[in-house]
Design a binder for this molecule. Sequence first.
Ligand code: SF4
Length: 329
Amino acid sequence: MARAPLIDGHGRTIGDLRLSVTDRCNFRCQYCMPAEGLPWLDREEVLHFEEIERLVALFAELGIRDVRLTGGEPLVRRDFPRLVSMLSPLVDDLAITTNGFLLERDAEALVRAGATRFNVSIDSLQRDRFFEMTRRDALPRVLKGLETLAAFPEAHPIKVNAVAVRGFTEQEALPFARFAREHPYQIRFIEFMPLDADRTWSPEQVLTGEELRAAIHAVYPLEPEPREAHATARVYRFADGQGHIGFINPVSEPFCGDCNRIRLTADGKLRTCLFSLNETDLRAPLRSGATDDELEQVIRDAVWRKELKHHVNDPGFIQPARSMSAIGG
Ligand code: SF4
């Protein structure tokens, strides 16, 4: 049954849900969590597959046809491909963001289950530097997983996301540009955001997309592609036709104006912005017998209060209590 679309208080229609299926991760990326990890949610706190399925079905009735499954690391959730097969019939586009460590094992099952888009996070193409950033000596395995996924035509286009951190990523710009030119993947650099659990982020650590673009353009000339509505990335094609590369610049060039995204955390909290300081609990009403109409009202009220934009560059910016691994990208 179709319901009226979800519109926020600024007239934006919501069409994209980022859904975290777990807060757990098998990596320890420096820009995300401490080496020792974080206190994980208890299993009972995490939404069950059937609860996720019910909420995604309701969101689909509310016009959300694009869903991205994230974590932590979604592939560490037991039986994850089964969840994908439960959700894929409900939406038009079911994307997955993964660190690729378990991709060689799960790629075929995820593609067969109906996942349509994949983003694989790789911050360096050099083994020692990959280890330095993720605290895992896993680059060969991740690249093998990427290769395994790339063998499925229906998995393309595959995006490779690299978090850009000043003092680290400058050395990655050209290796990734060459990687984009030589492989069927679209590389995208993402500016480091203040969502780290260590809470050590500072504006000085942000290596901007423009700086990376200029460094690459100087060697491999780039030409801009038109920006798609609601897009987070600014995409460029190599002038000689050798592929594409993108830059996601939430700090230096925010894209909040036509944001159509909301998020659901693994423990059932609705976040209307990546940087929300408030959350709306859907798990409690869900587990206490709320009807879909009642849940719809809770969702609609929360979306109406969706933030116009983030305040990362504003004096007095407050970093959310929840870190990236507990929100999901
Ligand atoms: S920061 Fe918030 S409002 Fe801006 S694009 Fe991200 S989710 Fe949307």
